[in-house]
Design a protein around this ligand. Structure first.
Ligand code: ZN
Length: 337
């Protein structure tokens, strides 16, 4: 038997063992690494938990500004909630709750605070009328401006556009508002409320006042309605509004229209001008000193039509202003700001 073929396993028995050993070695090598990674992963995980816990503990220690959360209904109807909400969010303006006193009206309150009625209306979306009553609570800002009820899909740019203000100023005035949430509010300094965002009742009232502008800047001395006549002493219905003004003050048309009367001898009114506005409304301007227009002339809103005076039945210089709707005198304060 010279060369007998030997089975390979017998030839390499020792090497097969070596291979087996090798495989076993590799297996234990992987097992060791797996174990190592598992431990490593657990350590990483536990460390992460620890860091989170520490971070949370830190956050709990650091005082966070408590921003109260209210629903849009609460904000619109509850003064106290709106007050708390705004106080934590605005800058450069302070809000306070004002209790209406006897004899107060919106115009008086606004004047005492140095701004227009629009500010009070804009900050009190619960209003459905201009009338206020004694002990009523209203929200009063320290500066003129309005609240903007945040609309769906509002952006700072959209709001700034609506009020013709800058996005930067708007954001600076509302540093506590990080997110624009529908139904919440931002304060827009120095601006009037956006009429289309007022409630229906106030929208109607604003629309009426858009019909006319004040014929004269001045103080109302005698309102519309029942009064004791200053000259005759008899109680009568005053069909207009007396606006005190020094003789010679410019009187302008409250709205566009046609002059239907321009008389230096209008009886009780003395020197007077009437304008037909072609929408059912006629306005009267009485106790004038000089007339600048003639009958039939078309005039624009704000155009100077006369100078005020003290003609006719008067106790002192003032402008008498009447608004008639379909021939019936209506309270001019409904139309004037
Ligand atoms: Zn009068």
């Amino acid at each position: 038997m010279s060369r007998v073929w030997r089975k390979p396993e017998t030839v390499s028995k020792s090497s097969q063992e070596a291979i087996n050993k090798d495989v076993a070695g590799q297996k234990s090598f992987f097992r060791r690494w797996m174990l190592f990674f598992a431990i490593f992963a657990i350590i990483v995980f536990l460390t992460h938990l620890g860091i989170t816990a520490i971070a949370q503990a830190r956050l709990a220690v650091v005082p966070i500004v408590n921003v109260p959360i209210f629903t849009s209904t609460q904000l619109a109807n509850n003064i106290d909630d709106r007050f708390k909400y705004l106080t934590s969010r605005v800058d450069g303006v302070k809000f306070s709750i004002y209790t209406v006193k006897k004899g107060d009206n919106l115009w008086k309150i606004a004047k005492n605070h140095g701004y227009s009625v629009h500010t009070i209306i804009g900050c009190n979306p619960q209003f459905t009328t201009y009338d206020v009553y004694e002990n009523q609570k209203i929200l009063i800002p320290s500066i003129g401006g309005t609240l903007h009820p945040i609309q769906q899909n509002d952006t700072w740019a959209k709001i700034a556009d609506r009020y013709e203000t800058s996005e930067l100023d708007l954001k600076a005035g509302n540093p506590g508002t990080t997110e624009l949430i529908n139904g919440e509010y931002v304060f827009v300094a120095g601006k009037r409320p956006s009429v289309d965002l007022l409630n229906e009742q106030m929208q109607e009232k604003y629309a009426l006042r858009d019909l006319f502008i004040s014929p004269l800047g001045g103080r109302y001395t005698s309102g519309f309605g029942k009064r004791r006549h200053p000259v005759t002493g008899k109680t009568s219905v005053h069909g207009g509004l007396d606006i005190s003004a020094p003789i010679g003050s410019r009187v302008s048309a409250a709205a566009g229209g046609t002059v239907i009367l321009a008389s230096y001898n209008a009886g009780y009114y003395g020197v007077a001008v009437y304008i037909d506005h072609h929408n059912g409304y006629i306005t009267h301007y009485g106790h004038l000193s000089k007339i600048n227009v003639s009958v039939g002339q078309r005039v624009k809103a704000g155009q100077i039509i006369a100078r005020s005076g003290a003609t006719g039945r008067v106790t002192g210089p003032h402008l008498h202003f009447t608004v008639k709707k379909n021939g019936v005198a209506v309270n001019p304060t409904k139309f004037l700001w």
